[in-house]
Ligand binder design. Structure first.
Ligand code: B12
Length: 210
């Protein structure tokens, strides 16, 4: 069984085949993060089909369901670090309900020893501010897949500044299309377009080795 077979089955939305291949790959000893990354590549291809008008919203919804099915099988396989690493307040930026990537980052961060306070999706700036006040985290993580999410991320960081909390936390943003430019635009400290890199950056923020 190969990752390419997995990607093909996923892009064709063959749910049962996808889940069987995933189970097979795990049995063969494949790294869970490689499996999730292959699924992410498949989701990107599905997004491109959607843009070209070959797939519709119903296919996006179905792709999300398949991804959640994969996560149910794969995430429990992550190896857990027991030493506490720090606290992260995490949420998907206002206006955006994509949460698959956020949930993967959460699972990876927890496996690396972080305590994660998950605010869910479509989180307005004031809820981030409130959570930072209440939980005193080391890091704020924001996820966003829509172009409009960058605006919400920027507003959230401004709201943290206005509340006098910006200097107390580091902000990391994530999601398929974030990059150095989006980081600068929003005023974040770090960015990551995959969960492993995101966790590595959070560990660096905490002064822990990669
Ligand atoms: C599945 C999907 C959906 C599902 C979401 C289900 C769910 N529960 O999340 C549903 C059907 C609901 C959906 C809805 C919509 N979607 Co949609 N969707 C997708 C799709 C196909 C896959 C997204 C995904 O889950 N990827 C897999 C995950 C694992 O990848 P990821 O999110 O990048 O996460 C990884 C990293 O980025 C990182 N990460 C993620 N978050 C964080 C956070 C932190 C702090 C860190 C450090 C790291 C990190 O770790 C993850 C693992 O490595 C994408 C296509 C694409 N190219 O991504 C379109 C896409 C994002 N959607 C799109 C659109 C347009 C929409 C809709 C507007 C469609 C519509 N007409 O209604 C709505 C928007 C609803 C809203 N208000 O949010 C566009 C966005 C275009 C744009 N530039 O704005 C895309 C790009 C499709 C496309 N090519 O046109 N969608």
């Amino acid at each position: 069984m190969s990752l390419n077979e997995l990607i093909n089955a996923f892009v064709n939305l063959e749910e049962e085949r996808v889940l069987n291949i995933v189970k097979g790959l795990l049995r063969e000893g494949r790294d869970p993060s490689e499996i999730l990354d292959a699924c992410r590549r498949a989701a990107t291809l599905i997004g491109e089909k959607f843009e070209r008008g070959e797939y519709f919203l119903s296919e996006l919804v179905f792709a999300g369901e398949i991804f959640n099915g994969v996560m149910k099988i794969v995430l429990p396989e992550l190896k857990k670090e027991v030493r506490p690493a720090g606290t992260i307040v995490l949420g998907t930026a206002q206006g955006d309900i994509h949460d698959i990537g956020k949930n993967i980052f959460k699972a990876f961060a927890e496996a690396a020893g972080f305590k994660v306070i998950d605010l869910g999706v479509d989180v307005p700036p004031e809820r981030f501010v409130e959570a930072v006040r209440n939980h005193n985290p080391d890091i704020v993580g924001m996820s966003g897949l829509l172009t409009i999410s960058y605006e919400s991320m920027k507003r959230t960081i401004e709201a943290l500044k206005e509340a006098g909390l910006r200097d107390r936390v580091k902000v990391i943003i994530g999601g398929g299309r974030v990059d150095e430019y989006v980081k600068r635009y929003t005023g974040a400290d770090e960015w990551a377009d995959n969960a492993m890199l995101g966790v590595k950056k959070c560990r660096e923020i905490m002064g822990l080795g990669g």
